[in-house]
Design a protein around this ligand. Structure first.
Ligand SMILES: Cc1cc2nc3c(=O)[nH]c(=O)nc-3n(C[C@H](O)[C@H](O)[C@H](O)COP(=O)(O)OP(=O)(O)OC[C@H]3O[C@@H](n4cnc5c(N)ncnc54)[C@H](O)[C@@H]3O)c2cc1C
Length: 446
């Protein structure tokens, strides 16, 4: 996967979900703000205009809990969704896959590799990738008409995995750890918000497995609603900020659907036409560059919130000859001291102002005004020359940051708390910048 040179994190980390859950639990346990209640089941929910009442059943008895807001993160079969009479809508795809986790010692490349019609699974597709602890995940497509019951029998799984491993030259012993069967779905709610109840993760959307976006998208939902709710609950933003959650995150789901549908059809062509197109793309890819992108699962880019109510001046993008558009996750840059540009951003709004040496009086006044609107505001000043400003400016003497942001002296970027670009201006337009900041803080309507 491509990795821009200034990015702090690798484009993909492949970790089993139990590790993610453990890290999340460790973070919850370390926080005084979160009360973790095991063996507690939400058994009913009653939303009102000013709050939500829920009933909890637990081994220690049932009780009522009154909440300002509820995040329904209760999974694909979401009881909260059913209790509120809401339904997921969308499509189910053809093609069933067996997924088998095995333990083996092998020096096969760690990256995820796809095999189309290999001898170990004639007429089907196979995916192989390595996970931590010497666990390898083998996904193989079941043949048309193959019985699920037969396919799920352990001896059949062992025989098929043995044949697939022979294709990659593994004849040594291996252990079968876990298996399951799945098919691809693109299903989501029409609206991820229902009054004071917000649906996040699989409760809101079910995406095909080929895009590896299920849990990833759930975490992005949580982050999105998290910073907005924090501002509202701290009284720093008006409730209307929460209106942007559903369009932003449902937009991200629809984008995943579009990409994952392409991948799903490539993995499991539903018609003769799709099969022919895949064969053409694969055979031409051996000698030509142009068809290779067709097999790209497009799973390494965060979603761009360009249609969001929080990016009211996305039209300003046309002033730029490059860089990332409004709504994108801001690019990162490695600084001379080994730290990263975005390490310096705050947890409120952040401005990145590009100057030759010092901000002008007008620019300084604009930064001060932003500081008055948002008490968490952090200004970052990037200078192309040595600055005399007391050590706070970031020197960009080789011009790397300027070129990453397609900036010139006077260019202004405004970042949201989640480090997505709220807007960018080739030359600062104070009214638009202040309005964007107020919209992101929920104090002004888009
Ligand atoms: C085989 C497989 C492979 C996958 N691979 C990937 C991948 O590579 N990358 C990726 O990003 N995603 C992947 N996913 C998807 C990912 O697992 C899900 O998207 C993710 O688990 C969804 O998280 P969630 O928190 O929304 O729901 P869940 O993980 O389902 O959690 C829901 C929780 O709510 C609890 N709950 C339910 N009802 C109640 C109630 N009434 N009261 C209280 N609690 C309740 C449940 O006990 C559960 O703990 C994969 C999924 C499968 C099946």
């Amino acid at each position: 996967m491509p990795q821009p040179p200034g990015e702090k994190y690798l484009p993909m980390y492949n970790l089993q979900q139990q590790y993610i859950e453990k890290f999340l639990y460790d973070a919850v346990a370390a926080s005084d703000l979160i009360d973790m209640r095991w063996q507690s089941e939400l058994s009913s929910i009653a939303p009102r205009n000013d709050g939500v009442s829920v009933r909890i059943s637990s081994p220690e008895g049932d009780y009522r809990l009154d909440a300002d807001y509820v995040l329904a993160a209760d999974g694909a079969r979401s009881p909260v969704r059913s209790m509120l009479g809401l339904r997921l809508k969308g499509d189910n795809y053809e093609g069933r896959y067996m997924i088998a986790d095995i333990r083996m010692d092998h020096d096969f490349p760690t990256e995820r590799r796809a095999f189309f019609e290999p001898s170990g699974n004639p007429g089907g597709t196979v995916l192989i990738h390595k996970q931590p602890d010497n666990i390898w995940r083998v996904d193989y497509q079941l043949r048309e008409g193959e019985s699920e019951q037969e396919a799920l029998r352990e001896e059949n799984i062992r025989a098929r995995v043995t044949a697939i491993l022979a294709d990659i030259g593994h004849t040594k012993p291996w252990e079968l750890e876990w298996w399951s069967i799945y098919s691809a779905n693109t299903l989501c709610l029409d609206d991820y918000r229902h009054g004071r109840v917000f649906f996040i993760g699989d409760a809101a959307h079910i995406v095909p497995i080929f895009g590896v976006r299920g849990l990833n998208n759930g975490l992005a939902d949580a982050e999105n609603v998290g910073w907005k709710l924090a501002l509202v609950l701290h009284g720093e933003a008006d409730q209307q900020l929460l209106d942007s959650y559903s369009p932003e995150r449902r937009g991200a789901t629809l984008d995943v659907f579009a990409n994952a549908t392409k991948s799903t059809r490539f993995m499991t062509p539903p018609t003769r036409g799709w099969r022919l197109a895949r064969e053409a793309a694969l055979s031409l890819s051996l000698r030509h560059e142009f068809p290779r992108g067709l097999a790209n699962p497009r799973q390494m880019q965060p979603y761009t919130y360009s249609q969001s109510p929080l990016t009211p001046y996305a039209g300003r993008d046309s002033e730029f000859a490059g860089g990332l558009p409004s709504g994108s996750a801001a690019p990162n840059a490695k600084l001379a001291d080994g730290s990263y540009l975005l390490d310096r951003a705050g947890n409120g709004m952040t401005a990145i102002l590009f100057c030759e040496a010092e901000p002008t009086t007008e620019q300084t006044a604009l930064l001060a005004q932003l500081g008055r609107i948002d008490r968490r505001f952090v200004p970052l000043v990037v200078t192309s020359q040595q600055s005399t400003a007391a050590g706070t400016a970031i020197a960009d003497r080789d011009g790397e940051i300027i070129s990453l942001f397609a900036a010139a002296p006077g260019t202004f970027y405004l970042l949201r708390p989640d480090l997505h670009i709220a807007g960018r201006w080739r030359t600062a337009v104070p009214d638009e910048i202040l309005k964007t900041a107020k919209i992101c803080l929920g104090s002004e309507m888009p």
